[in-house]
Design a protein around this ligand. Structure first.
Ligand code: COA
Length: 267
C-alpha cells in the first residue's frame, strides 16, 4: 500500500513509480511539510525492493516554484528556539540528500519552471528531462540568502565553479536549451511528449538488471561527491541564521517577497 502524504502523491506501475508534487494551487511550492514528506518518501521507496525507477514530477501547470516563501526561515517565530530554527535551516539539505541517495533510479520530469529548491530537487535526480519552454532560476541571493540545500557542491560538480557562480550570483533565468547545453538536463522534448518520453526511458531502464544499475549510480555519485567532500551540509542552518542578521540581506528579502502575493501556506 502506498503511504499517505498531504503534499505528495505516489503511484505505481509494476517496477516504475511516480512521485508527484501535489500542491498545484501553490505551484507545488516546497513547504517544510513537503520537504519532510519528500525525505520520508525517499526512505519509504528504499524499502520497496520491487520498485526500480521513480519518476519525480509536478501536478498542474509546473514542476515547482521552489521553496515555499511563506515557510522561509526569514520568518522565525518568537517561540522558536535556536535549535528549532537551525533544524528548519537543514531540512532542504536532508531532502536533497535523501532523494539523491535513493536506491531506485530517479528521473525528474520537468515542465513549466523549476526555481531555487525545485531546481535542486531536479538535480538530486539521476536523469532530468524537461519540456521545451521550461525555465529555471536560482533566486536565493536576491532573496538575501546564500544557496543552500547542498546546491553549491552539486552545481560545482555538474557545471564547474565559474558557471555556478554566474547562475547563483546573477539569479538570472535560463531556459531548457541552455540548461541542456550546460549539462544539467539529459533531454529536452516537446511538452506534449514529455510524459511518454519519461515513461519510455523508465521502461527501458526497468528492463535492465537493477544491481549493476544501482552500482553504477553509487559509483558515479561517489566520484561526483568528491568535489564536495569538505562541504558540511549541517552548517547550512547556521549560515542562514547568520545572514538573517545582515540588514542589507534582510532588506533584499523584504523587497523580493513584496513582489509575490502573500498567502498562508496550505500544507
Ligand atoms: N511559495 C509559495 N507560494 C507560491 C510560490 C512559492 N515559492 N510561488 C508561487 N506561489 C503561489 C502564489 O503566491 C500564488 O498564490 P495565489 O494564487 O494564492 O495568489 C500562486 O502560487 C500562483 O503564483 P503566481 O505568481 O500567480 O503565478 P505566475 O505564473 O504569475 O508566476 C512564478 C509564477 C513562479 C514566476 C512566481 O510565482 C514566482 O516568482 N514565485 C516565487 C518563486 C521563488 O522565488 N521561489 C523561491 C525559490 S528559493
Amino acid at each position: 500500500m502506498n503511504p499517505n502524504f498531504t503534499t505528495l502523491k505516489i503511484e505505481q506501475q509494476e517496477s516504475i513509480a511516480f512521485l508527484t508534487l501535489n500542491r498545484p494551487k501553490r505551484l507545488n511550492a516546497l513547504s517544510g511539510v513537503c520537504l519532510r514528506e519528500l525525505a520520508e518518501a525517499a526512505h519509504w521507496f528504499n524499502q520497496q525492493k520491487h520498485i526500480k525507477i521513480v519518476i519525480v514530477r509536478g501536478e498542474g501547470r509546473t514542476f515547482s516554484a521552489g521553496a515555499d516563501i511563506h515557510d522561509f526561515p526569514n520568518n522565525p517565530t518568537e517561540t522558536e528556539t535556536w535549535i528549532e530554527r537551525r533544524d528548519k535551516g537543514q531540512i532542504g539539505f536532508r531532502m536533497t540528500e535523501a532523494i539523491g541517495n535513493m536506491h531506485a533510479i530517479t528521473i525528474a520530469q520537468v515542465h513549466g519552471f523549476a526555481i531555487g529548491g525545485a531546481f535542486l530537487l531536479m538535480l538530486a535526480c539521476d536523469f532530468r528531462m524537461a519540456a521545451e519552454g521550461t525555465f529555471f532560476s536560482i533566486p536565493e541571493v536576491d532573496l538575501g540568502i546564500p544557496l543552500s540545500w547542498g546546491g553549491i557542491p552539486k552545481l560545482v560538480s555538474e557545471i564547474g565553479p565559474a558557471r555556478t557562480k554566474e547562475l547563483v550570483m546573477t539569479c538570472r533565468r535560463f531556459d531548457a536549451a541552455e540548461a541542456k547545453d550546460l549539462g544539467l538536463l539529459n533531454q529536452v522534448v516537446k511538452k506534449e511528449e514529455l510524459a511518454k518520453h519519461c515513461l519510455d526511458f523508465a521502461q527501458n531502464l526497468a528492463e535492465k538488471p537493477i544491481v549493476p544499475l544501482i552500482m553504477t549510480k553509487e559509483q558515479v555519485n561517489a566520484v561526483a561527491k568528491n568535489i564536495g567532500a569538505a562541504y558540511v551540509g549541517s552548517a547550512e542552518g547556521d549560515m542562514l541564521q547568520t545572514v538573517l542578521k545582515d540588514p542589507e540581506s534582510k532588506a533584499a528579502a523584504t523587497a523580493y517577497m513584496a513582489g509575490i502575493t502573500k498567502k498562508s501556506s496550505l500544507a
